[in-house]
Design a protein around this ligand. Structure first.
Ligand code: NAG
Ligand code: NAG
Ligand code: NAG
Ligand code: NAG
Length: 467
């Protein structure tokens, strides 16, 4: 998910505070104490039998305690085939502040669920997912930063760069532990979606810099070497993506106009012609620095875009998740779901939320070793990121730098998603004018290590992973 945009549908309730709590081991849980990171370690349970019921396929779930009062939730599933040699894929849902359990169990409209099971409508039982990504890859779903999903504690993360440090620390502890140390040298894949367009490139760039420090002897730690990055329906660049809302509404390729000309013209006038409008404000943000005044300018710019004509109407479907906001959205998508134009915006049964009941059941929580309450998307994290103005800023520079350095990247987009529509995603990387060995990236489907994929007639474009 979720995107800069989610921010603006979460602003109402600010009461939720993340409790500063130390994760306690349940009687069945195992622990590991780090020798290199102070006050840290793992608390987890093995083979709970929850969700992945394929005989002989192992799993573990619990907390990476990265500090005395900060615990990061993980759920690991062995690959169904060749777990000893299969890659390890780290899945991170977006938000910021959304749980990776969304990717595991539910998927948003804009991203596929990719975990070993689906929760049935009774909210109590599950059905194996034959297309689970753990068919061919070991999978670890990590809730980050603190505040997302089951991750809990008093540590406040206000930016993607700070989240990168938190993730690096979590991976240090994981790779130090006997349970996970063998994965350090495995092929590592970072797979993410939506706001993960910020996370992915920044995290990998940070890990590469840390690896260089380790190599030079300036830092002691475990190298974290990702081999590839996958971003589904990413929110790369607000200025470009918001502009594409107009283009896409005017003529969604393969589907036709989504809005009557009168609506398009109003959106367009407001967006382009008024110097106090969305485009001008975001341009000012792009030209700004990182002082607190600049941060406020960027937060306000994005907030203006969201609360005005462009995004609010596009986001009707958020109401499925946050029912309390249901009444505030206008049906400017002509009744379409902003994440899937093939569906009706009033269809609040999709995607189903059965998994949430499941993750609130005491018996499931006890089995998987979860001792904190589940928060599907954290408003606390959203406000923290908003405070640094990150929602108004582009995430493209580190992605472009990775592409230029021949880092393997897969960008894939469902072509029925209005919100992270593929025209905007395609424009986002075209705008950087990347050339790899002299070839413009934007005009090609695959150039060197970089692949762009528009997936036809799908909102969940990928049901299984290819290696
Ligand atoms: C721009 O928009 C603002 C706020 O909606 C309005 O007060 C102002 O008159 C507009 N300016 C122009 C030139 O349209
Ligand atoms: C983000 O910050 C802007 C500017 O301070 C504010 O108008 C907006 O309400 C904030 N949004 C959230 C979700 O905190
Ligand atoms: C609503 O979602 C359900 C479940 O996916 C689907 O079967 C149904 O066709 C959808 N209805 C509309 C009007 O989009
Ligand atoms: C990319 O190239 C186009 C066309 O040559 C140019 O208009 C645009 O300013 C360039 N963008 C960047 C970021 O350099």
């Amino acid at each position: 998910m979720h995107s800069q945009i989610l921010a603006f549908f979460l602003w109402l309730s600010s009461g939720a505070q993340v409790a500063a709590q130390r994760i306690r081991a349940s009687p069945t849980s195992q622990t590991f104490k780090s020798a290199i990171v102070a006050d840290s370690g793992l608390t987890y349970v093995k083979n709970s039998g929850i969700c992945e019921t394929t005989r002989g396929v192992g799993q573990s779930s619990g907390y990476i305690n990265i500090a005395q009062t900060a615990s990061i939730w993980f759920w690991f599933f062995e690959a169904r085939h060749s777990p000893q040699t299969a890659p390890l894929t780290v899945w991170l849902s977006g938000g910021p502040g959304c749980s990776s359990m969304l990717g595991l169990f539910q998927g948003m409209s804009i991203n596929p669920k990719n975990g070993p099971c689906t929760v049935n409508p009774d909210g109590k039982t599950t059905t194996l997912n034959p297309y689970s990504w753990n068919t061919i890859s070991n999978m670890i779903y990590i809730d980050q930063p603190v505040g997302a999903g089951f991750s809990t504690g008093s540590m406040t993360v206000t930016s993607t760069d700070a989240a990168a440090v938190m993730m690096w620390t979590a991976l240090q502890i994981l790779f130090e532990s006997p349970q996970f140390s063998s994965f350090q040298s495995r092929d590592l894949i970072l797979a993410t979606e939506s706001y993960g367009a910020h996370y992915g490139p920044a995290f990998i760039t940070y890990f590469i810099a840390q690896n260089a420090l380790i190599d030079s002897g300036a830092l002691i730690g475990k190298k974290v070497i990702f081999k590839s990055l996958m971003i589904n329906d990413g929110k790369h660049d607000p200025l470009i993506q918001y502009t594409s809302y107009i283009t896409f509404a005017e003529d969604a390729p393969g589907y036709g106009p989504l809005q009557p000309a009168s609506v398009i013209s109003k959106m367009s006038d407001a967006f382009f012609q008024n110097d106090t409008g969305c485009r001008a404000r975001l341009q000012a943000c792009y030209a700004a620095g990182t002082t607190s005044a600049d941060n406020a300018l960027c937060a306000a710019a994005n907030s203006l875009c969201v609360s005005h004509f462009i995004i609010g109407p596009m986001l009707i479907s958020w109401s499925r998740l946050f029912k309390k906001h249901h009444d505030i959205f206008l049906p400017a998508t002509q009744g379409r779901d902003s994440e899937d134009l093939l569906r009706s915006s009033s269809n609040i049964t999709f995607p189903p939320l059965h998994y949430e009941s499941y993750l609130k059941s005491d018996s499931v929580l006890a089995a998987i070793g979860a001792t904190s309450a589940y928060v599907s998307c954290s408003e606390v994290v959203v406000s923290a990121f908003n405070s640094t103005g990150e929602f108004g800023r582009t995430a493209l520079p580190p992605l472009a730098a990775l592409a230029d350095a021949h880092f393997p990247i897969l960008i894939w987009v469902g072509d029925a998603d209005i919100k992270a529509n593929w025209l905007g995603v395609h424009e986002s990387y075209a705008a950087t004018n990347w050339t790899i060995d002299g070839v413009p990236v934007a005009s090609m489907k695959t150039v060197d290590s970089f692949t762009f994929s528009r997936v036809f007639r799908r909102w969940t474009p990928l049901t299984s992973i290819r290696t």
